[in-house]
Design a protein around this ligand. Structure first.
Ligand SMILES: CC(C)(COP(=O)(O)OP(=O)(O)OC[C@H]1O[C@@H](n2cnc3c(N)ncnc32)[C@H](O)[C@@H]1OP(=O)(O)O)[C@@H](O)C(=O)NCCC(=O)NCCS
Length: 134
């Protein structure tokens, strides 16, 4: 790998094999499936940061850069970019390992906004970083 080659940013949060049932009628992976995998990874990152229940409130940015194919392993990298009082901006990148173990290519990037909520679905403050267990 060269010094200038782009590398994934964020923590590897999910890895999923793209299956034939996730494809559109043309045989490529459906964008909604990719979006859903990113929402799952963002929810894991946000839930950890908020130490509890969270909900997706907005998708601030989403770019589909390259197609995902059946047989690719899709790796989603997530990082908490910003926190507000109750909201968090999660930056995401998805990278495909072509044909399970081939070359790695960035396929999407996006920013999802999550809100910390309680059992009654009311918003709640994000805890300070010092209170996170890890
Ligand atoms: C999440 C939810 C409880 C928030 O309720 P709300 O009345 O919008 O709450 P608030 O107006 O107090 O906003 C809460 C925070 O979210 C932020 N926010 C709300 N809507 C936003 C939007 N569209 N874009 C960016 N940030 C937004 C606010 O700025 C605020 O941030 P802060 O506390 O860090 O300053 C409510 O919107 C909800 O239940 N939405 C549905 C969530 C859901 O079901 N998601 C799954 C989709 S199927």
């Amino acid at each position: 790998m060269s010094e200038t080659e782009e590398k994934p940013r964020g923590d590897l949060t999910t890895r999923t094999l793209a299956m034939p049932g996730d494809a559109n009628p043309s045989g490529d992976i459906f964008g909604g499936w990719v979006l859903s995998q990113m929402d799952i990874a963002a929810g894991i990152a946000a839930g950890h940061r908020a130490q509890g229940r969270v909900a997706t409130v907005a998708i601030d940015a989403m770019s589909f850069i390259r197609p995902v194919y059946v047989g690719d392993v899709m790796c989603v990298y997530a990082e908490v970019e910003k926190t507000g009082r109750t909201s968090m901006t999660i930056r995401l990148e998805a990278w495909a390992l072509r044909n399970r173990l081939g070359s790695r290519e960035k396929v999407t990037e996006g920013r999802f906004i999550f809100v910390a909520i309680d059992e009654d679905r009311n918003t709640r403050p994000i805890p300070p970083v010092k209170d996170l267990p890890f």
